[in-house]
Design a protein around this ligand. Structure first.
Ligand code: PLP
Ligand SMILES: N[C@@H](CCOP(=O)(O)O)C(=O)O
Length: 419
């Protein structure tokens, strides 16, 4: 395993997040010598592991993620192992032949961050760190605080004072994090760490830490394994800091290189219109990202104007024929209503995927005969404010008004006869 600069290629020391040239870091593995059949058998056999690190849907793939890490450093809550659903109401809503929803929202802290955080935090422990940190819109901080508490370590987090979900803030605090609220956005928090992280002696677990990306690759490994190593035509994913799409691309390239899949699916990256600097760059065929200083969307997890991983994301999407699009807050909430109402549920950022599929079908980029998997990144309870924001607030048809005396007849009168 080697850590190099994504920009200049220079090899790096272990604990760095950024090369001297300012470039992001990347981990590369030498997979030579790995026996494909043996690997597939191992990944299958580990599905029946219980209470060992290999019962995790991340560490099941340790050989492809962090082969050198001694097991004693692993901090796991058996993350991954999330549901893959074929939700008919959503499929009908989109009018598409086949749709899968991969619910990373079912992770232990309620978001896809756990896939990456277990690896970053475990690696930091192996380096001797006891104090872990991040800047966050709330999900990264909740995940970090949960794993740090499990490892009996400290967590220190920077969270903007506005435009974040109160649920995520409270969850982070409940796990014992020390929190600094500040005026600004996630982007300002990252800039602070790039300047001061080392001097503060903190181990930073944002996605500028390349071990986060290694862990997040497991999402697509697990998706591929669940579908017997045959991926759908499209994978659709939301984009904020762009760590998830970067990890998706890296994981897909690993699987192709190893011969575990025989073609790359197309990837669609969806941003919220009010925070879409990456989509604007891609749509305008530009090569350089122009940061947005005041990103603003109901999908608060994606209130990001200067995504650190944009170069990696751009290179993957361009090389693989991927696309980007943006959707409005209204479109996000309409899609969220469908996803919640079919019993799966998600937070607004995740719903942008289904909204994006709808738009890409309308634009004829996705054909209705193609197969699609959407990555649902965060849990419905992560943002309860957004539940009151549906255009039509009657989600399941709430019984408005009083039923008077509570009798079966009175309730039935309000409900009507069963369908
Ligand atoms: C629930 C949720 N969905 C989507 C995103 C966007 O993912 P990324 O920042 O990796 O692009 C985030 C935050 O990062 C998130 O918390
Ligand atoms: N939505 C994220 C912001 C991106 O953070 P990172 O972990 O990819 O650096 C959050 O939950 O903080």
């Amino acid at each position: 395993m080697k850590i190099t600069c994504y920009e200049c290629g220079r090899e790096q020391k272990e604990a760095a997040y950024q090369c001297e040239c300012g470039g992001m870091l990347e981990i590369s593995h030498d997979f030579t010598g790995l026996d494909l059949e043996q690997l597939e058998r191992t990944f299958r056999e580990r599905l029946s592991e219980r209470m060992t690190p290999y019962a995790s849907g991340v560490w099941r793939y340790k050989e492809l993620i962090h082969p050198e890490l001694p097991d004693r450093y692993i901090v796991t809550k058996y993350e991954g192992n999330t549901g893959l659903y074929s939700a008919d109401p959503i499929r009908r809503f989109l009018g598409i032949r086949q749709l899968w929803l991969k619910a990373q929202s079912e992770n232990p802290s309620g978001s896809f961050k756990d896939n990456g955080m277990t690896v970053a935090l475990s690696h930091g422990r192996s380096l001797g760190y006891r104090r872990f940190s991040c800047a966050s819109t709330g999900n990264t901080s909740a995940s970090l605080a949960m794993y740090a508490a499990l490892a009996e370590c400290e967590s220190v987090v920077l969270v903007p004072s506005e435009r974040v979900s109160a649920n995520k803030v409270l969850q982070t605090l409940a796990y014992g994090a020390r929190m600094v609220r500040f005026d600004g956005t996630y982007d300002d928090g990252i800039r602070f760490y790039e300047r001061h992280g080392d001097e503060l002696g903190l181990y930073i677990c944002n996605s500028i830490n390349p071990f986060r990306i290694e862990g997040q690759k497991s999402i697509v490994y697990e998706l591929a394994q669940s579908l017997n190593w045959t991926l759908p035509d499209w994978i659709v994913i939301p984009g904020g800091a762009l760590s998830n799409v970067t990890a998706l691309g890296k994981g897909l390239n690993d699987l192709l290189r190893l011969g575990m899949i025989d073609r790359l699916p197309k990837v669609a990256l969806v941003q919220a219109e009010g925070a879409s600097p990456f989509h604007k760059m891609m749509a305008g065929a530009g090569e350089e990202l122009v940061p947005e200083s005041s990103p603003s969307t109901v999908a608060s997890a994606m209130n990001i104007g200067n995504p650190p991983s944009w170069r990696k994301a751009r290179d993957f999407l361009k090389a693989s024929g991927g696309v980007t699009c943006s959707v409005t807050d209204e479109e996000i909430l309409a899609a969220k209503r469908q996803i919640d109402g079919c019993g799966i549920g998600c937070e607004p950022a995740s719903a942008s995927t289904v909204a994006g599929v709808r738009k890409l079908i309308a634009e004829r980029t996705i054909d209705k005969e193609e197969t699609v998997a959407c990555i649902l990144t965060g849990n419905l309870l992560k943002d309860t404010d957004s539940l009151g924001m549906y255009a039509d607030k009657k989600v399941g048809g709430s019984l408005e008004g009083s039923v008077g005396e509570l009798t079966a007849e009175a309730v039935l009168e309000r409900l009507g006869s069963p369908a």
